[in-house]
Design a binder for this molecule. Structure first.
Ligand SMILES: O=P(O)(O)OC[C@H]1O[C@H](O)[C@H](O)[C@@H](O)[C@@H]1O
Length: 310
């Protein structure tokens, strides 16, 4: 096994959960029984705990426990295909603005806070593996008084992140651990690095649309007629029953294939002049579940996403 670094005294880090790394018996565990090869826990920006994944081919990903947020996916050579906004803060006062924030148990505005609470709670690491040389880490979020105060249900979210040489994949599994049913909406609010004037998405032609511009509370119904959707200005649009595969040309020389299972909808967002400082540098192509998912006690819902370079 390749050597791994296991800092055991990170502030904020939930050691009880970290100790559940496969084979890791205690906080003073021997290095050989710690996280799997290619998985490292470090302090990130603002001293927040962050898991760094490294593939043997040299690609790298990092995930903050705060928000379970995948903030970086770097190709061998260091090019980051994800984007973190320059106004992002890493002090837990608000969700990390960038990467792949979770929207759960609500996408957008509604009964509880915008995009729910999963993006501003601490997730924990419950497992790490090395699958055919590639690192895989599973994070968990469960209900606690903070979430119960706005959404009074018992739940477990398991989020597996897998890094390969040319892709990063995620699997989200939501389980109802309560004795009563619940329903939710959700999304992975992915920020891609882009040159907005050159960026485009293929695969959405024919989808029904809910355009949140101009009024997010009363989206306009329509249908996408274009083969290639571009970002000429402000865009905030939901595509219902989107295909399982889309292609994003980021305008920076990369075409990213976005595959999914069970994320039935897609959202395109670029804030244009609402975020003047950086709107030219990213586009959001979000895998979403806009129709409510209903779970009876003990039932689960699973959705996967794979971002890969063509
Ligand atoms: O600013 P946030 O709460 O992170 O939300 C950013 C954006 O997320 C989604 O893309 C929604 O469709 C937008 O309406 C919203 O403005």
């Amino acid at each position: 096994m390749a050597s791994v670094s296991i800092p055991l005294s990170l502030p904020h880090l939930n050691l009880r959960r970290v100790n559940r790394f496969s084979g890791m018996a205690s906080a003073s565990a021997n290095r050989a029984t710690g996280p799997s090869a290619g998985v490292k826990i470090t302090e990130g920006v603002g001293n927040l705990p962050r898991v760094v994944l490294t593939s043997p081919h040299g690609s790298e990903a990092e995930i903050y426990l705060y928000g379970g947020c995948l903030t970086s996916w770097k190709l061998p050579g260091g090019k980051d295909l994800l984007f973190v906004r320059p106004d992002a803060v890493f002090d837990k006062k608000k969700p990390i603005s960038g990467g792949l924030p979770h929207c759960f148990p609500q996408f957008g505005p509604g009964a509880i806070q915008q995009h729910g609470f999963a993006r501003n709670m601490d997730w924990s690491v419950v497992n790490s593996e090395n699958v055919e040389g590639d690192p895989v880490v599973t994070f968990e979020l469960k209900d606690e008084p903070y979430s119960r105060a706005m959404w009074d249900f018992g739940f477990q979210a398991l989020y597996k992140v897998m890094l390969n040489s040319k892709s990063v994949s995620t699997e989200l599994k939501i389980t109802n651990t309560d004795s009563k049913p619940f329903s939710f909406t959700t999304a992975l609010h992915t920020y891609f690095s882009a040159a907005v004037t050159g960026a485009s998405v293929k695969g959405l032609k024919g989808c029904k649309t809910l355009n949140k511009d101009p009024d997010p509370k009363n989206p306009l119904e329509g249908q996408e007629e274009r083969d290639v959707v571009t970002f000429p200005g402000f865009i905030d649009c939901i595509y219902l029953d989107a295909p399982a595969e889309l292609h994003l040309d980021n305008g920076l020389g990369d075409v990213i294939t976005i595959k999914n299972s069970n994320w039935t909808d897609t959202v395109l967002w670029n804030p244009h002049l609402q975020i003047e400082a950086c709107y030219k540098d990213f586009v959001c192509v979000e895998n979403a579940k806009i129709g409510r998912v209903h779970l009876e006690p003990s039932e689960s819902w699973v959705a996967t996403q794979q971002l890969s370079l063509s």
